[in-house]
Each structure stands twice: as C-alpha cells, then as structure tokens.
Design a binder for this molecule. Structure first.
Ligand code: AVJ
Length: 322
C-alpha cells in the first residue's frame, strides 16, 4: 500500500500503463470476461459521464441535487462546526458547493481524487467560490488508506463525504471493506455522508442506464476506445454493444459490453477471442432499500443516524456514525 501524500501528483499513478495493461489482460483471460468500471473515467469518459448526468432518464443526479438544495442547511447543522470535510472523488463540485456554502466555519476541505487534472480543476473552482476555506487536495485512490493532511485550523471532527451513489459500483464485500475503512478514517467522533440510490420500479432504473440519446452506450464503449488509445488495442467499436439490465434478485444494474460477432482483438502482443453474443461484465450499480443499507452499515460497525431524501424518494443521503 502506497500512502497518499497531500501534494497533488504524489498519489498512486492514476493510469499507470503497465498496471492497466496487466489488469485488462487478466480480466479478458477470465471466463466470463470482466473489466473494472474504474477504466471508464479517462478525460473522454469523465466528459461523457457529465453528459449522462443531464439526461432526462438519469434521475440520480437531479434527485441528489434536489436533496442538497432542500436540506443542505439541515445537513450542515447535523455535521456541526469546524468540520474537516474529506470527499472521496472530486466530481463536478455542484453538490459539494451547496454543502460547503452551509458548513459552519469548516476547518478544511480535502478532496481525494485519482485524476490530478480533475482534482486541480475542482479545487481551483471551489477555492474561488470559498476563499475562506482551506483547500487540501489529495491525489490518491480513495480505496487506499487516506491520511488527511493537517489543516491550519484545528478540526472538531472529520466527515467523509461520498456522494453520487459511487458506493453502488462496488460489490457487497468491497462496499463493506470501504465502509470499514471509512469508519477507521473518520475517527471516534467522525461521520460519513453517503449518497445511496434506492430500489424502485425496475423500468425507471433500467431507463436511467439506457438513455434514449445513447450517451450511456457511448460512455460504456469508450472504455474500449480508451484501450485502443492507451494500450494500442484494436477493438472495433462498431462490433460491440452496450447492455444494461436490472437484476432484481441482486438489486443492481449489470452493465455488459456484448460482442456482436465472433471476433479477435489484439492488445500489445496478445490475442483475445470473443464469441458472437459473448458478454463482458464492466459495471455493477447496486440499489439499496433503506433496510439493506442500514444492515450493510451495521456490518461495518456504523449506524445510520439521519437520512435525507428527495420528494419522490428516489435517492438518499445517509448520515453515518460509529
Ligand atoms: C458514477 C456510480 C454514479 O453507477 O450510476 C452512470 C456511473 N454508469 N451510468 C452509476 C454510471 C452508467 C454511475 N456512478
């Protein structure tokens, strides 16, 4: 484990070429094939994700923003004064802005982001809006142990902010491990504030991951385009489809890239065969009931103390303590 330092650029190298190549090869050798959803987010993929967030079918972003607009003052009151706010991922910053605007004399804001470009851009923007808040960007993978930098103002407590339902991309055992890690990092009197997408009519969920404009399909297939750009692979994007289906039993969207025909792809000096209709798993987006999530939190030694939801109860923001 490489400890993260607080100077941008000193975290784990985000797209370490050799590591990505080894990981992709390993995933394509498996049966069934699988690739990590973390490879979605190069510059192109991040831009496509921003475009997904404004598609009418993708209710998650709108619902979470509605929660922040409606409840940020109440949330800030619960968090209390002099919070050291640690955010996993630095996102587009709009939700964060609504929260920072309400916090009572925060000690500092610590975004933890693997992409240095995204990290620097978000602190530049937030720094302009909130010149009175100390910005301590940390270039690191949030699944690794985070050592928060010391703020000039002594913090009252640490609060880990993890919006966007990103926890949903993890399988249950991984989500449990991350929640346990958050519990360690927040300290005895700390807290976590986590955005969790809720179970609902499966047609609504499936539509969110199959928008009519095809932005999600482009986002999914961009992973292959990225491997072409960065690993010199020769995926023919026209020969693959995006497929996102809701698995009711497992309570999650399962996104696959499906080969349209029997074909062969080269990555560096290796050859990978795809059968017609062969599906490769690229993402889970888990949905929770309030009970599901409370149970998961409890297994990590955390207690759900408050929940805020949008008017339609599509999405939730969960406040967890030890
Ligand atoms: C980044 C986890 C919020 O799973 O909903 C959006 C990523 N994938 N459409 C999600 C995503 C396809 C997204 N999160």
């Amino acid at each position: 484990i490489v400890p993260a330092r607080h100077l941008p650029g000193h975290g784990m190298p985000p797209s370490d070429h050799a590591a990505m190549l080894a990981d992709v090869r390993e995933g394509l050798q498996r049966t069934p094939k699988r690739l990590s959803s973390k490879y979605f987010y190069d510059a192109e993929g991040s831009a496509l994700f921003e475009a997904i967030c404004v598609q009418p079918e993708y209710y998650l972003t709108g619902a979470e923003l509605a929660i922040m607009r409606e409840h940020s003052a109440a949330i800030a009151a619960v968090l209390g004064p002099s919070v050291l706010l640690i955010e996993y991922g630095s996102g587009s910053g709009l939700k964060t802005q609504l929260l920072l605007a309400q916090l009572v004399e925060p000690a500092a804001y610590v975004p933890v982001e693997i992409s240095q470009a995204a990290l620097l851009e978000s602190v530049a923007r937030l720094g302009e809006t909130f010149p009175q808040i100390e910005m301590l960007p940390l270039c690191a993978d949030f699944t690794q142990r985070i050592i928060p930098p010391r703020s000039a103002k002594p913090p009252q407590r640490r609060v880990i902010y993890f919006p966007g339902s990103t926890l949903g991309n993890l399988e249950a055992h991984e989500a449990l491990a991350l929640l346990s890690k958050m519990r360690d990092e927040m300290g005895e009197h700390g807290a976590a504030l986590i955005g969790i997408d809720l179970k609902k009519d499966s047609a609504i969920i499936e539509a969110a991951y199959n928008d009519a404009a095809g932005v999600t399909a482009a986002f999914t297939l961009n992973m292959l385009a990225r491997f072409n750009r960065e690993l010199g692979a020769d995926f023919d994007l026209a020969q693959f489809n995006h497929r996102a289906r809701y698995n009711c039993m497992a309570g999650r969207i399962e996104t696959h890239i499906v080969s349209r025909c029997a074909q062969t792809v080269h990555i560096a000096d290796r050859l990978f065969k795809f059968a017609a209709d062969e599906a490769m798993l690229v993402e889970y987006s888990c949905k929770y009931s309030l009970d599901d999530f409370a149970r998961l939190a409890a297994r990590a030694g955390l207690r759900v103390k408050s929940i805020w939801m949008d008017a339609e109860q599509q999405f939730s923001l969960q406040y967890l303590v030890r």
